[in-house]
Each structure stands twice: as C-alpha cells, then as structure tokens.
Design a protein around this ligand. Structure first.
Ligand SMILES: [Zn+2]
Length: 252
C-alpha cells in the first residue's frame, strides 16, 4: 500500500495536468463520470494516503488500497483494472484497482491537514493531544491511526519504532514523555527520509527493520510478529527496542 511520501511522488508526476480540461472520462469506478467532462483540474493535492484531484465543485479522491497504481499517457493494465481514465487534449491519466470517490465542495472542509505528516500544516502538538486520549493503544497501532498520523503506513511504522528504540507493543500511556516526543517527531522525519530515498529509488536499501532478519545494532535476530489489533507485520529487536510498562522486566 503506498504510504504518504509515495503519494507526494504521484502528485508530482501528474501535476502537469493542473489547469487542463477533461475531454472524456471512462472506467469502472462507481461515480457519475459524465459530469467530469469539460471540467478543469484546479489542483492536485494529497492527504495521507489519499490523492485528491480537485475540479470545479467536486474533488476526486483516489485511494490506492493494497494494489492500486496509475500511469500517464499509456494504459499499462487490462481494461477491467481501469477504475478511472481521464483524457485531455494532450495526454491521458489512468488509475487502476483503486477506490475512487467524489467529495463535494472544498476539500478544506473535509480534511484535517494538521494530521497529515507530510503537510506544511502538520501539527505535532495536536498529535500529542490525540495520543493522550488513547493510552491503551499499542504504539504500533497508534502510528497507523490515520486520524493521528495520516500517511504513515507499515514501513514507516517499523522504521520509526526501530529508530527510536521503542518496542511496538508498548502502550501509548506507558511511553515516557521524551520518548513520545521522539515518536511524533520521527513519524514526520522518517517520512521525509522515505520521500528523499524513494525519489532516487534507494528506499529499500535504507530499511533497517522492515522485512529484515537481523538487528544490525545488536547482531541478533529480529522478531517478526503480527502485532496489535491491526495485526500488521512488525519487525523489531527485543534487545534494543525497549518495552515500557507493567511486566517490562518479564519481557527481557
Ligand atoms: Zn537490536
């Protein structure tokens, strides 16, 4: 599933369509395609894992889900995968195997930009207040909560927890204040590192925890476990990622 930084790259790759008029819209998305014809793309933005194509009076929200993708000018997937195909006087845009929704009105009314880790308006103090209200969540679940950290996905989660030496099953309420500050800061910092590496195709090379077998800091095997209520793959080192809270000693 593309995480927030990957969406920024999609946005950049299709930004040349801003200001262009749609001359035809096709595909099997369950939206009223007829009303897209003749509309101009006013802007393209992202919120977390959502790509927003802003037209006059309506915004198309594209969520790539697990296997979604896109292409510019040439169709690269079979017809049945094409959810949305937009044609312009010059150029075409294809979106495959994704969820397409229409949002009425101004996206500023429906989106909390302060929750988006990639946004200029990201607000770490608000993220902290939200975390305070979920003391019983494990940090591995809290990081994936799109209301708190929009854009953070499983790779970012694993790498952030490794970076800050924090055990994924620690409850938010047990995380010491300074560690919580690190968690919030690194959710954004790592996302920008992810973007920088992804742009030059070296993201995987920089993974230290995600899909890894050995902790390089300790030279010990990583634990691979489907942690928390979300049950997403989590890779961590029990030796250097500290568990805070009750029974902490019993875990070592
Ligand atoms: Zn380690």
């Amino acid at each position: 599933m593309p995480e927030g930084p990957s969406l920024i790259i999609v946005k950049e790759n299709i930004s040349s369509f801003i200001g262009k008029k749609i001359i035809a819209a096709n595909g099997n998305a369950r939206i009223d395609l007829t009303k897209l014809k003749g509309k101009k793309i006013r802007d393209i933005r992202t919120w977390g894992k959502h790509l927003l194509i802003i037209l006059e009076n309506v915004t198309l929200r594209i969520h790539f889900l697990m296997f979604g993708s896109y292409s510019v000018d040439a169709q690269t997937k079979p017809d049945r995968s094409v959810r949305l195909h937009l044609s312009f006087r010059k150029g075409e845009l294809f979106f495959y195997t994704c969820a397409v929704k229409e949002l009425d009105g101004d996206p500023d009314d429906s989106y909390d930009w302060e929750a988006d880790v990639m946004s200029d308006r990201w607000n770490p103090a608000r993220a902290r207040r939200k975390l305070k209200k979920m003391p019983d969540e494990m940090v591995c679940d809290a990081l994936l909560d799109q209301d708190v950290f929009a854009g953070v996905g499983n790779i970012i989660k694993n790498e952030v927890l490794y970076r800050i030496f924090l055990h994924p099953e620690t409850l938010v309420g047990d995380v010491p204040p300074r560690k919580l500050t690190q968690l919030i800061n690194e959710a954004r910092n790592y996302s920008f590192d992810f973007l920088k590496w992804k742009r030059v195709f070296v993201l995987r090379k920089h993974w230290l925890a995600h899909t890894k077998k050995t902790c390089k800091r300790c030279d010990l095997p990583f634990i691979k476990k489907h942690c928390g209520k979300r049950q997403r793959r989590t890779f961590f080192c029990e030796n250097c990622q500290k568990f805070y809270g009750q029974n902490a000693e019993g875990r070592r």
